[in-house]
Design a protein around this ligand. Structure first.
Ligand SMILES: [Mg+2]
Length: 236
């Protein structure tokens, strides 16, 4: 058992970190550049604008849609996808109010970070974005690795005495939210970023709570802790 009795597992992109203003546009620009270099017959500006328009619509499969629009092959789409996922987007800070929220919660819960993506890029974001003592653990999963968010959430639940002591916060109903629900955890969906307009595909993707601003999560966590007080006393 750890020092604190409750844990919050936070997703990074579009949950704690707003990717819409800098990371996403820069990544689409890198992808557009890579697609031109791979032979796509259009300008970088045209491709970038098309990709951004698709992203604004919440489209899935942007690399393939873009390659198809400009007559490119699958290898062009793959070049775009690789660049989108791996390009170093530089320093993009987590907003100060988000850090302050985590610090206010820290005496009452332990924070864990769980993110999937290009390993070097995700680690760089964590390194730039947070002070060293804010998170009890940081998990960066490669998309190509078999380890899943569900497995990490299960490990955290085991460390804290069960899923009833863990809250998962994220923006993707098909990832961290469904994983948390599978384990019987409280799940909080933050409807921000590229998945904000996504509708749930099954009851398992329905979060316990839904908010449209990450800063509203603090009140939900405090309510969760207050209502869990009796169970906590029983455990002692
Ligand atoms: Mg996310």
């Amino acid at each position: 058992m750890t020092e604190a009795s409750f844990a919050v597992v936070w997703d990074l992109d579009d949950t704690l970190l707003d990717t819409s203003t800098e990371i996403i546009p820069r990544s689409h620009l890198a992808a557009a550049t890579a697609m031109v270099e791979a032979g796509l017959n259009a300008t970088i500006e045209e491709i970038h604008a098309y990709r951004m328009a698709l992203a604004a619509q919440g489209a899935q499969g942007i690399d393939h849609l873009t390659a198809s629009r400009f007559g490119g092959s699958i290898s062009v789409a793959n070049a775009g996808e690789r660049a989108f996922l791996s390009t170093d987007v530089g320093f993009v800070p987590v907003a100060a109010p988000v850090i302050e929220m985590l610090r206010r919660l820290r005496p009452r819960v332990e924070h864990h970070l769980l993110t999937v993506g290009n390993t070097q890029r995700q680690i760089a974001k964590c390194h730039y974005g947070f002070d060293d003592d804010l998170f009890s653990s940081v998990h960066v999963l490669s998309p190509s690795h078999s380890m899943s968010k569900l497995a990490i959430l299960q490990c955290v639940a085991d460390c804290y005495g069960g899923p009833q002591r863990v809250i998962a916060v994220g923006d993707r109903p098909d990832a961290e939210i469904s994983a948390a629900n599978t384990l019987g955890m409280t799940s909080i969906r933050v409807r921000t970023g590229e998945h904000s307009r996504r509708e749930i595909a099954s009851p398992l993707e329905m979060a316990t709570h839904v908010v449209h601003d990450i800063l509203l999560v603090e009140e939900l966590i405090n309510s969760f802790l207050a209502s869990s007080e009796n169970a906590r006393i029983d455990d002692f």
